[in-house]
Design a protein around this ligand. Structure first.
Ligand code: SF4
Ligand code: SF4
Length: 201
């Protein structure tokens, strides 16, 4: 049954085809979820964006497959796991979000965001830091670098944080041995293919 806000209050009228595709969802637990909302209040992604897990899961129950998989919201979760101990029904929100992202990627959605995330991995291999001022290229990288240096100096730190050559070499070995580098190479290849072939990119 759905309310006039589109929210779901019981499993009557659910569309099971999408619900079942998002493996691991328990319909009994989800009914409690729709009237809960505890996680939304404390979620940093919800505070800073239109992300709302409860709304996403309501849309899943209503069978809004296209709407959910093509949405930017499923990419807004920070995977910070703050919600895990707070959820009274052990829904495992970030894991549900992972599964939705995987389904979205299979449909050709989200690859523009995967490209940004793979850049974080590439930074780690090349400079030993996941984020660097060069990531602000779309803004003003020089200005970003200067502001970062200014903030660091104000905090009594050196102008910029640099990882030693030795540490970067060690990190490269670890990331190679653990398969991270290979996984990233594959991911970048898929981003490239997706750019060439998908209308959804
Ligand atoms: S805390 Fe758990 S049960 Fe409550 S709205 Fe969030 S996911 Fe649903
Ligand atoms: S893991 Fe995602 S849903 Fe949970 S609190 Fe963090 S940002 Fe919010």
């Amino acid at each position: 049954m759905t309310s006039n806000t589109g929210e779901v209050s019981s499993s009557e009228g659910w569309n099971w085809s999408f619900f079942d595709k998002v493996e691991g969802l328990d319909s009994k637990k989800m009914e409690n979820c729709f009237s809960c909302g505890i996680c939304v209040g404390d979620c940093p992604a919800a505070k800073n964006s239109s992300y709302n897990f409860r709304k996403i899961i309501c849309d899943v129950a209503l069978g809004e497959e296209e709407k959910v998989l093509s949405s930017k919201e499923i990419w807004y979760c920070y995977t910070c796991f703050q919600c895990i101990p707070k959820c009274p029904w052990s829904i495992g929100i970030p894991y549900v979000i992972y599964r939705l992202r995987k389904l979205a990627m299979e449909e050709g959605y989200g690859w523009d965001l995967i490209e940004i995330l793979s850049g974080v991995g590439r930074n780690l291999i090349e400079i030993g830091l996941s984020i660097s001022p060069r990531d602000y290229a779309r803004m003003d990288p020089k200005k970003a670098e200067m502001e970062l240096a200014k903030s660091r100096l104000e905090m009594g730190l050196s102008e910029r944080y640099e990882v030693s050559e030795k540490a970067i070499e060690e990190l490269k070995i670890i990331l190679g041995e653990t398969g991270f580098r290979e996984m990233l190479d594959n991911l970048e290849e898929r981003v490239k293919e997706s750019k060439e072939s998908s209308e959804n990119y």
